[in-house]
Design a protein around this ligand. Sequence first.
Ligand code: SF4
Ligand code: SF4
Length: 250
Amino acid sequence: MSLCQDYFPTKAYVLAEKRLGSLLGRERDRLDALARGLGRDHAIGPDNLAEQAPFILEFAQEYHKAYDSYLAAVLPQHPRPIQCGPSCGNCCHHYPMSVEPFELVYLYMNLRKRDDFLSIMEDCQIRATLFETLLNGRLASEASEDEAEDGALHDYFGRWKPCPFSNSSGDCGIYGLRPVSCRMYFSETLPKFCTPEFLQTEKNESYVVYMPDNVEEALLGISEHYADLELPESYFGGLLSLNLYEGILG
Ligand code: SF4
Ligand code: SF4
């Protein structure tokens, strides 16, 4: 898998980057001002999560729209077309990480309205527990925490457990709500090579589309404002942790 960060500054790229940068900059400034007004370091905490929820939901939606525009500007710059399409969910057997806290809140609040909410939480629990077990196993043998996490992610993919939101056809059941961690992953090679067997071979040409450094910095500034909620960055672990605020989020 490769990481793609350098793109030509085409008109579409410059506009998309500007849109993302200004959206994230505005939200970071809003949260900075909110924290200042509250006289503390972090703007969002259990005490004002419910009050802030409408703003968080609106921002998360705008963020996903702006990231999709960014993708539309950068994907054509790749020399080979992506092979990703409907019913193509092999990559949905990974354990998604680096999910932003506001994306977790956005998804969680939408999931709470569903009849199968409890069963989704159970599925998340099963996956989070499996990952933790694999991570603990790796921590005992790897030299660093980063290596242990990489190893555990690899082990998890090998267990071939589908995401709870992946339906029986291999489509994402929450497509419009999915986090950027899911939106950023592509492959130039056929889906049959997006499997544990081929992942680290030349047959698999998958890659991740990151955002420019200035945009990533603004994103970090926003996410730090959620530190008091103590949410893990992992997808399923993060959703489970939000469930602790069930009474607040209604
Ligand atoms: S990364 Fe692979 S499995 Fe995932 S959507 Fe693209 S081609 Fe399909
Ligand atoms: S949320 Fe959707 S895109 Fe992301 S891993 Fe789950 S099924 Fe796949």
